[in-house]
Design a protein around this ligand. Structure first.
Ligand code: MTE
Ligand code: MO
Length: 318
């Protein structure tokens, strides 16, 4: 997210140092003739499934694209509770304690309560979901998540017919999350929400891992949401509460700048952000001469999700 400060630089114009140094390394290696696939991450599309050896790949996985190198995904993170800088947030997030994770389930359900993540996982069949991921700042990645469909969890909670929206809340821990202490611009804890039909859509995932391993703290451990057809800020990290509501709640980014960050936040090349175009995206760690990728409606998942919005004006409900 681009924070409104005195110097507002469109995200698309920023060449972050990590990408820059990675490119320099790649060019150096190319010149030296030493570039092995492992040097730029996994280019074969296979992951090293160390923790979950028998995991099955979800049918909605994309397989035609090259995965973003894991080291880039781990070191280029948006985690505003810690820092507005993508590398500092990675480092500071290591202070988060992610064991014995508990999630509060509340609102319009028959089975509210505090659930241990471990107990939830005993009921779920973990799968790998290889999804495109598109940040509203106009960069994108391809990530193999490990998790389960949110729909499978929601079923066990027995939602009432009055449950129309699902609200997610991130952990609030100002003692270790510096921006929760000193940044009053955003309201903490971070919250996000989906319409119930979006929440139970088979593409919507709760992730506990990526690249065959446990989710790194900076990427949202112990449990995060992944909604691949929406801008990245909807994919809330470190979820500690899931609430079923009758009405749409006000969520963090939407509350901060409603003209810039809509409730729906569906990826849409035809709806520019007020301060930059969403027509194309920079694929992280793509080749030096690779052109920007043309952004697709619903991030390429239109055949799966367009029907959710068939009666809606997407320019108005951005
Ligand atoms: N709690 C929380 N969740 C969050 C964020 C955040 O700052 N705090 N950033 C969002 C944004 S803007 C993006 S692009 C993705 C980034 O996920 P990644 O760092 O794992 O790539 O997380 C989203 N979820
Ligand atoms: Mo983002």
């Amino acid at each position: 997210m681009i924070i409104k400060t005195n110097k507002t630089i469109p995200a698309s114009e920023i060449t972050d140092p990590l990408i820059f140094s990675q490119r320099r390394k790649i060019i150096k290696a190319l010149l030296a003739g030493t570039l092995l696939p492992s040097a730029i991450g996994n280019v074969s599309g296979k992951t090293n499934k160390s923790k979950w050896p028998d995991i099955i790949k979800n049918e909605n996985s994309i397989d035609s694209e090259i995965l973003t190198p894991v080291n880039l995904v781990k070191n280029y993170t948006n985690y505003y509770e810690f820092s507005f800088n993508k590398e500092d947030s990675t480092e500071l997030a290591q202070n988060l304690k992610t064991d014995n994770w508990t999630i509060e389930m509340a609102g319009e359900i028959e089975k509210p309560g505090h659930y241990q993540l471990e107990d939830i996982l005993k009921q779920q069949q973990l799968q790998e979901f290889v999804y495109r991921f598109r940040c509203v700042e106009a960069w994108s990645m391809v990530i193999p998540w490990v998790g389960f469909p949110l729909a499978d969890l929601i079923k066990t909670l027995k939602p009432l017919s009055t449950a129309k929206f699902v609200k997610f809340t991130s952990i609030y821990q100002p003692d270790i999350m510096p921006k929760q202490r000193i940044n009053a611009m955003l309201e903490w804890p971070y919250t996000e929400a989906l319409r119930i039909d979006e929440a139970v859509h088979p593409l919507t995932v709760m992730a506990v891992g990526m690249y065959g391993d446990v989710l790194p703290k900076q990427n949202g451990a112990a449990l995060r949401l992944v909604v691949p057809w929406k801008y990245g800020f909807k994919s809330i990290k470190a979820v500690v509460k899931i609430e079923f509501l009758k009405k749409a709640p006000l969520t963090t980014w939407h509350a901060y700048a409603p003209m810039e960050y809509g409730f729906y936040a569906n990826v849409n090349p035809a709806v520019p952000h007020p301060r930059w175009s969403q027509f194309s995206e920079r694929q992280l760690a793509s080749g030096y001469f690779t052109p920007r990728r043309q952004t697709e409606l619903f991030n390429g998942y239109a055949e799966h999700v367009a029907s959710l919005y068939s009666n809606m004006d997407l320019q108005h409900f951005y």
